[in-house]
Design a protein around this ligand. Structure first.
Ligand SMILES: *[C@@H]1O[C@H](CO)[C@@H](O)[C@H](O)[C@H]1NC(C)=O
Ligand SMILES: *[C@@H]1O[C@H](CO)[C@@H](O)[C@H](O)[C@H]1NC(C)=O
Ligand SMILES: *[C@@H]1O[C@H](CO)[C@@H](O)[C@H](O)[C@H]1NC(C)=O
Ligand SMILES: *[C@@H]1O[C@H](CO)[C@@H](O)[C@H](O)[C@H]1NC(C)=O
Ligand SMILES: *[C@@H]1O[C@H](CO)[C@@H](O)[C@H](O)[C@H]1NC(C)=O
Ligand SMILES: *[C@@H]1O[C@H](CO)[C@@H](O)[C@H](O)[C@H]1NC(C)=O
Ligand SMILES: *[C@@H]1O[C@H](CO)[C@@H](O)[C@H](O)[C@H]1NC(C)=O
Ligand SMILES: *[C@@H]1O[C@H](CO)[C@@H](O)[C@H](O)[C@H]1NC(C)=O
Ligand SMILES: *[C@@H]1O[C@H](CO)[C@@H](O)[C@H](O)[C@H]1NC(C)=O
Ligand SMILES: *[C@@H]1O[C@H](CO)[C@@H](O)[C@H](O)[C@H]1NC(C)=O
Ligand SMILES: *[C@@H]1O[C@H](CO)[C@@H](O)[C@H](O)[C@H]1NC(C)=O
Ligand SMILES: *[C@@H]1O[C@H](CO)[C@@H](O)[C@H](O)[C@H]1NC(C)=O
Length: 739
């Protein structure tokens, strides 16, 4: 049960005993009916001064984009019926304000804030009329923007002395957490997480909150508070403690007595712990069900005490690289309640046989996720995996597992995600391995160079896959006809798997739902598949094969196409490829003839264009290729002047025109291509002076102008190119010295 749920309070308040709690206990008998009893069936209706207070509070709210306070109207006298307001059904006092903004959930890692925050958040400020709600027990304003002009959490919130639940999570407060919160002596749940840079240098008020069960200060900066375990240890009623991303520097502390006998949830992820695991203060907390230590730099041996934490359901340890841990696999043996074990990128060695054998030890296995990737594990996969009847995720990628994959893998009936990639597994994967995997969605066996996938043409997979990655396994030489059975798959990688032969006739039809398809580095010959225009594929990588013929009409949603390093011949059609969204087009190292067609200019999203090492001739089409970032036309027979299409381009970073027949002088606007990092024009017949403006290309690190007919002096402005590390000017008629 969640320590903040209403039932939890009622049950636990009644269970509280002992002299010290007597006053609280009588208090607690005053019925507290938070979430359930709304005003709907209320006997008593709201009190006039509390209604006025609510209306005054509403005036502080200047933005309500989805009308969550629309029912708060002066003319509607029973404020207990207003949305989000909960009253006592006996006294009519307002007991709860449930004004959380439920619609936001997406943490946007790019802008580091909730992406659609504004769309549904209340905006404005929390104002003092709230204090008139003297009986208020439950205040939830989470994910709203009521930070007001100061951006700070107002101190007067500490005067709402009947509060038991205060949730200001996801409100973009800055500044100090007010110590007045220590006056909320009845508080049981306090959630100040996910602000926007709140900090605290003093949490000595926390122990005043005698009844605190749930505390979440995640993302509040507590960097200067060294004795936090000591302070927290005084809150003996705590059930859940979340201090994720609090810039805490150490959890190394020994407490003479541990009071947190009821703590079930401890989240210390994303802090700066850089000390041994053993010295952490919490290992004796056998009541813990959830322990998250990930994203720290804890090192050394996982203490034996872990083996006594038999209530553990979730254990997560994910270290920054370079903080190696070790773990005695026996510790896992008695953790029979474990559901999630996520220890990735943490161990410096281990034996996978022993790890999994110990995890299988409990007869009633509850494990749902086992993640042991990047742990340098050796050994073979054990038999008996069928005991993992609840396991849906098994990730063992990037270890050194050897030997064959036991058939038992197919007995894990709940498995949805299996990742054995980047190991040294050998032997064959056959139908029998997949026999019982009815739920499988994602499988990654890639980078096991000696693992052979042997599936017959009549194979009937028991699953419908979303993702299948077999790159660098052995599949060929015959084109795998079993791919026909994966007609639901959206993401398929069979690169470097020894496939030979031609695309089969069913290819486009059967694999029409694919979104990402990688088949590079095989020996596929013959023409590209027929009917590709019916495919949904967006990324298609067929590079490094032996494909011949023309480029047919392409799938309409294609965004990235790589057919480089093949034997395509013929001309590029003068019409559009039928793929207007192309963003990345790579056709280098083929035998493509003729001119570059004008439709290249119509590809509005095109950023990367690589046509190098073909037999192309004529001029680059005239267009405003303003989005182009990467152009490689080297080693063709293209002619004409320095691409006029690039004028005004503010994106281009890479331009290689070398080994062609371009001529004429370089325009002075070349200095406007400010993002250029790589410019190669060697082995053409460019002439005239090198423009002084070239010194404006401050990002340039390679400039290759050799084998042309440039004349005049080396412009001194080249000395401004601070990032330049390669400059080639030989075989021209240039004089002067390098600045
Ligand atoms: C009103 O409160 C009483 C006493 O706590 C409770 O038994 C009853 O279910 C409540 N009625 C409603 C409609 O919430
Ligand atoms: C919150 O509101 C303030 C104005 O009160 C505004 O400056 C700020 O950008 C808003 N923050 C978010 C995350 O919407
Ligand atoms: C506080 O609100 C957030 C967002 O509404 C929610 O995810 C979180 O569980 C709440 N905290 C508590 C202690 O109920
Ligand atoms: C509230 O807390 C402050 C600072 O901790 C304290 O000075 C003040 O006396 C407290 N007020 C009440 C009403 O308890
Ligand atoms: C936390 O605060 C300290 C100064 O008090 C500051 O140096 C540090 O950068 C802050 N941490 C984060 C993650 O903002
Ligand atoms: C933790 O447990 C160990 C062994 O059971 C014991 O020696 C130690 O005193 C305990 N520490 C605390 C703080 O309870
Ligand atoms: C961790 O601590 C060690 C010394 O104890 C230090 O050398 C190392 O730089 C620290 N790592 C980080 C990332 O702070
Ligand atoms: C991986 O384990 C081997 C021994 O099993 C050890 O020699 C090697 O240093 C370990 N590598 C890392 C990165 O810890
Ligand atoms: C792993 O453990 C098993 C069982 O204890 C043992 O037979 C095997 O030799 C070990 N493998 C390695 C590579 O240490
Ligand atoms: C696994 O394969 C890699 C690359 O082939 C090799 O370097 C490594 O030594 C192999 N490890 C084992 C345990 O065989
Ligand atoms: C120069 O370009 C021509 C084709 O234009 C090519 O045949 C020759 O190999 C290139 N020379 C060098 C040194 O790259
Ligand atoms: C550039 O080459 C073209 C033929 O490809 C020629 O017509 C033109 O005169 C040349 N221009 C210069 C300045 O050499």
């Amino acid at each position: 049960m969640h320590p903040c749920s209403a039932n939890f309070f009622l049950i636990n308040l009644l269970l509280i005993g002992g002299a010290a709690t007597l006053s609280m206990a009588t208090d607690a008998l005053v019925p507290w009916e938070p979430t359930t009893g709304s005003g709907a069936a209320a006997a008593a209706s709201c009190l006039p001064w509390e209604r006025e207070a609510l209306l005054a509070f509403k005036r502080g709210i200047t933005g309500d984009p989805v009308g969550r306070l629309a029912s708060w109207k002066k003319e509607d006298h029973d404020c207990c019926r207003w949305r989000g307001v909960r009253c006592s059904n006996l006294t009519g006092h307002v007991l709860g304000l449930h004004l959380q903004n439920d619609k936001v959930a997406v943490w946007d890692m790019y802008i580091e804030f909730y992406s659609d925050f504004d769309a549904t958040a209340l905006a404005g400020q929390i104002t003092t009329p709230l204090l008139a709600l003297e009986h208020l027990e439950h205040l939830d304003l989470s994910n709203n923007n009521l930070t007001g002009p100061t951006g700070r959490l107002p101190e007067f919130v500490g005067s709402l002395k009947n509060l038991r639940y205060l949730n200001l999570s996801g409100m973009p407060f800055m500044g100090m957490v007010p110590r007045q919160l220590g006056n909320l002596s009845k508080l049981q749940c306090l959630d100040l997480s996910n602000g926007k840079g709140m900090h605290s240098t003093d949490i000595s008020w926390l122990p005043h909150l005698l009844w605190l069960r749930y505390l979440d200060l995640s993302r509040v900066n507590l960097t200067t508070i060294y004795d936090w375990p000591h302070v927290i240890n005084m809150n003996r009623n705590l059930r859940a403690l979340h201090l994720s991303d609090c810039s805490l520097s150490s959890a190394s502390q020994s407490l003479s007595q541990l009071n947190l006998k009821r703590l079930e949830k401890l989240d210390l992820s994303e802090n700066n712990f850089n000390h041994s695991l053993e010295s952490c203060w919490f290992w004796n907390l056998t009541s813990l069900k959830y322990l998250d230590l990930s994203d720290n730099m804890l090192y050394g041996e996982v203490p034996i005490a872990l083996g006594d934490m038999t209530s553990l359901q979730v254990f997560e340890l994910l270290n920054y690289e370079g903080a190696p841990c070790t773990m005695e696999p026996n510790l896992l043996r008695n953790l029979c309640n474990l559901e999630i074990l996520d220890i990735r990128q943490s161990l410096s060695y281990g034996n996978v046989t022993e790890m999994l054998d110990n995890l299988m030890y409990c007869s009633n296995n509850k494990l749902r996720e086992v993640i042991l990737g990047q742990n340098n594990l050796t050994g073979t996969l054990p038999t008996g995996l069928g005991k993992f009847t609840s396991l849906h995720t098994l990730l063992l990628y990037d270890n050194q597992l050897t030997g064959s994959v036991p058939y038992d893998i197919g007995l894990m009936i709940s498995l949805t995600d299996l990742d054995l990639s980047s190991n040294n597994l050998t032997g064959e994967i056959t139908e029998k391995h997949f026999a019982g995997l009815k739920s499988l969605k994602n499988i990654d066996l890639s980078y096991n160079q000696d693992l052979k996938i042997v599936l017959g043409p009549e194979w009937l997979p028991p699953f419908r896959l979303d993702v299948a990655n077999f790159a660098l396994c052995q599949i060929g030489p015959a084109f795998p006809s079993w791919l026909q059975r994966l007609d639901e798959v959206g993401w398929l990688d069979v690169s470097h798997t020894g496939i030979t032969g031609q695309f089969p006739h069913w290819f486009s039809t059967v694999l029409s739902k694919l979104i990402i398809l990688r088949m590079s580095n095989n020996q596929i010959s013959g023409c590209l598949p027929a009917n590709m225009e019916i495919m949904s594929v967006r990324l298609l990588d067929l590079s490094s094969n032996q494909i011949t013929g023309d480029i047919p009409t392409l799938p309409p949603n294609l965004s990235s196409l790589d057919i480089s390093n093949n034997m395509l011949s013929g001309r590029l059609a003068s019409k559009n490829f039928g793929a207007p969204q192309l963003n990345n087009l790579r056709l280098s190292s083929n035998n493509i003839k003729g001119p570059i067609p004008g439709f290249v200019c119509e590809l509005r999203y095109l950023e990367d264009l690589d046509l190098s090492n073909n037999l192309l001739e004529g001029e680059f089409p005239q267009c405003s290729g303003r989005k182009l970032k990467y152009i490689d036309l080297s080693s063709n027979s293209l002619s004409g002047r320095f691409l006029p299409s690039l004028r005004g381009n503010k994106q281009i970073q890479f331009l290689d025109l070398s080994s062609n027949k371009f001529n004429g002088t370089l325009p002075s606007w070349i200095g406007d291509l400010q993002e250029l990092q790589f410019l190669a024009l060697s082995n053409n017949t460019f002439s005239g002076h090198i423009p002084t403006s070239i010194g404006n290309l401050g990002n340039l690190y390679q400039l290759k102008l050799s084998k042309n007919m440039f004349s005049g002096h080396i412009p001194t402005s080249i000395g401004n190119l601070r990032n330049l590390y390669q400059l080639k000017l030989e075989s021209n008629n240039i004089s002067g010295v390098l600045p």
